[in-house]
Design a protein around this ligand. Structure first.
Ligand code: ATP
Length: 213
């Protein structure tokens, strides 16, 4: 089973790493690929450059046994569509290998806004994690989609290559990149939210509008 966790990672933070590791434990995979969304299509431009976001992601997983930085979307031109990433992976791996795409509840709720969103579940399973405070309800489309695809046990994911939605209900860490950027912009310390090497990198490059050292 291949597990992927996509994000803008602007910057990558401890919440991402914790969630990816917990998912690995829960679904029984030995590695999770953190796929950097090079040119995210449904949000404003990131606060850090693509090169800086990639460097931070590599630093964050440098000594990690489980987590890997994945540059698949860096090489492609145009917006970074998950469906295209998954289709490219399927072309390499074939149709039988289970592929899991990990995402937060906030991202899952907005799945219908994704490019060719129905095809995503033809290509992969979705494993949905929850940040504390993220309990907003699903709309009608997502309620129906969830009812059609939900499974209760992680063991179900290994039985098919794609098409299941597994919700992991345990609360992850209450950290967002928005919080990190806001703290730094306000001149506050954010090292408790970040891998140490990422904090050092942000300070050395004076990212996110922090006061100059
Ligand atoms: P921003 O605040 O800029 O929107 P973010 O913290 O949500 O950023 P992203 O890179 O946009 O980070 O998120 C990548 C994925 O990680 C999304 O699916 C998101 O829901 C999920 N995610 C982000 N933070 C956490 C967290 N603390 N716990 C679990 N999942 C998270």
């Amino acid at each position: 089973m291949i597990a992927l966790f996509g994000g803008t990672f602007d910057p990558v933070h401890l919440g991402h790493l914790h969630a990816a590791r917990r998912v690995a434990e829960r679904i029984g995979v030995t590695s999770v690929r953190l796929v950097l969304s090079a040119r995210p299509s449904h949000r404003g431009p990131p606060g850090a450059s693509l090169a800086d976001r990639w460097c931070m992601l590599e630093l964050a997983v440098a000594d990690d046994d489980v987590l890997r930085a994945d540059d698949t979307e860096l090489a492609r031109k145009g917006p970074s569509y998950t469906v295209e990433t998954l289709a490219a992976l399927r072309a390499v791996e074939g149709g039988a290998e289970p592929i899991v795409w990990v995402l937060g509840w906030d991202a899952y709720r907005l799945l219908p806004s994704w490019h060719r969103f129905r095809e995503v579940l033809d290509l992969a399973h979705l494993v949905v994690v929850r940040r504390p405070g993220q309990d907003e309800a699903l709309d009608e489309t997502m309620t129906q989609l969830t009812q059609a695809h939900a499974v209760q046990a992680a063991s179900e994911l290994g039985r098919w290559p794609a098409g299941c939605v597994l919700r992991i209900t345990e609360a992850m860490l209450p950290i967002s990149s928005t919080l990190v950027r806001a703290r730094i912009a306000a001149g506050e310390d954010a090292r408790d939210l970040l891998p140490p090497a990422v904090w050092t990198y942000i300070k050395s490059r004076n990212l996110y509008g922090g006061p100059t050292a």
